[in-house]
Design a protein around this ligand. Structure first.
Ligand code: TXA
Ligand code: MG
Length: 325
């Protein structure tokens, strides 16, 4: 995959999609694995490459909010308001679908998840392709999502037909999913858009359904690095590290600046210190989990950032990674 001028790369990626191929593309949240959402064969390949159960629906990506009308059976005023406020951006809206994508995309549900991603190359690709693109995160099922082209290459290698390199993802965790077919709208996944911002836009508190079986990212043990993940407070860190090291196990630590300053020396084989601001922590979270995993630790200790804004999605992902597998 030689580097090319962006326009060239966009044209080539769009051609791959038209031919029923798979394109890994950058979004502001994580990299997606794209296929033509109107092609049953192309969508089948997504599930095959990811190793993902076919009952789990995929998010449909479009280049502008106008395209929601062609995908949804009806667009409520709430859906329209959220699209107007937050698209392009890290928000997926679940709406009743209009049969505009193949059934494999929706997993046989009557609804479809739709979003307009906020990454210039993603938007160029979607506009050049001109149709709906089904795209889960571009990783193997159950693993940490990719936030760079190098992560995609490491996970999927030659199983993708084209990788569009758009640098590191600016948000770093997946989109927030809101089901607007429910009253009040229901959050199905915490993500890159703060729930507080959605509530402020609608003027009502949202409902939550974060453990639904239809959402693979909502399985307790999703987003997992290979090491055992243990969430710790700064206070208990040194004792936990000591105990694990004493039994001969390798310990890695993911922590943030403010917390790091509050703890003394600890028996850690390798550590990564992220910014304390939750959105900055989120941006680097998955790359840090991957980098620490490369040291093959037995245990990865994690000190979470504040659980406000995107910090709630960070805590959600790390808790899932820490659940029994
Ligand atoms: O940020 C993102 O959303 C990334 C980028 C690539 O856009 N995509 C992503 O896709 O995270 P994926 O497939 O890894 O997660 C899709 C989530 C799943 O949890 C799925 O169950 C849920 O969206 N979903 C999709 N359609 C749905 C529907 N109709 N009803 C309920 N959940 C749905
Ligand atoms: Mg995923």
């Amino acid at each position: 995959m030689a580097s090319r001028m962006p326009a060239d790369a966009i044209n080539q990626a769009a051609r791959v999609l038209r031919d029923g191929g798979l394109v890994a593309f950058p979004t502001e949240t994580v990299y997606g694995l794209a296929a033509d959402a109107r092609s049953a064969e192309a969508v089948r390949r997504i599930f095959a490459v990811k190793g993902r159960p076919t009952s789990h629906p995929l998010i449909v990506h479009v280049g502008s909010a106008r395209e929601l009308d062609g995908l949804a059976r009806a667009v409520s005023s709430e859906a329209r308001e959220l699209a107007r406020r937050f698209w392009p951006g890290p928000l997926t809206l679940v709406v009743e679908h209009a049969n505009a994508v193949v059934p494999a995309v929706t997993g046989g549900l009557s609804t479809v998840g739709v979003r307009v991603p906020a990454h210039p190359l993603a938007l160029e690709l979607l506009r050049e392709f001109g149709g709906p693109v089904a795209a889960p995160s571009a990783n193997r099922f159950g693993r940490v999502s990719p936030t760079s082209a190098a992560h995609v290459r490491a996970d999927l290698g030659n199983d993708v037909d084209f990788i569009l390199d758009g640098g590191s993802s600016a948000v770093g965790v997946e989109s927030t999913i809101v089901d607007v077919t429910r009253e009040p709208p229901r959050v199905l996944r915490l993500g890159g858009l703060a729930v507080e911002d959605v509530e402020a836009a609608l003027g009502v508190p949202l409902a939550f359904e974060l453990h639904g079986s239809r959402a693979p990212g909502q399985l307790p043990s999703h987003y997992a690095p290979k090491a055992e993940v243990v969430i710790v407070s700064p206070l208990e860190l040194a004792a936990r590290a000591e105990g694990i090291s004493a039994r001969g196990a390798r310990v890695c630590l993911l922590i943030h600046e403010a917390a790091r300053q509050s703890v003394g020396p600890a028996r850690i084989d390798r550590e990564i210190v992220l910014p304390s601001e939750p959105s900055a922590y989120a941006r680097e979270l998955y790359a840090a989990l991957r980098a620490l995993d490369e040291h093959r630790p037995d245990v990865m200790l994690v000190v979470l950032p504040d659980e406000r804004g995107v910090g709630r999605a960070v805590a959600d992902r790390v808790r899932r990674a820490a659940s029994p597998r």
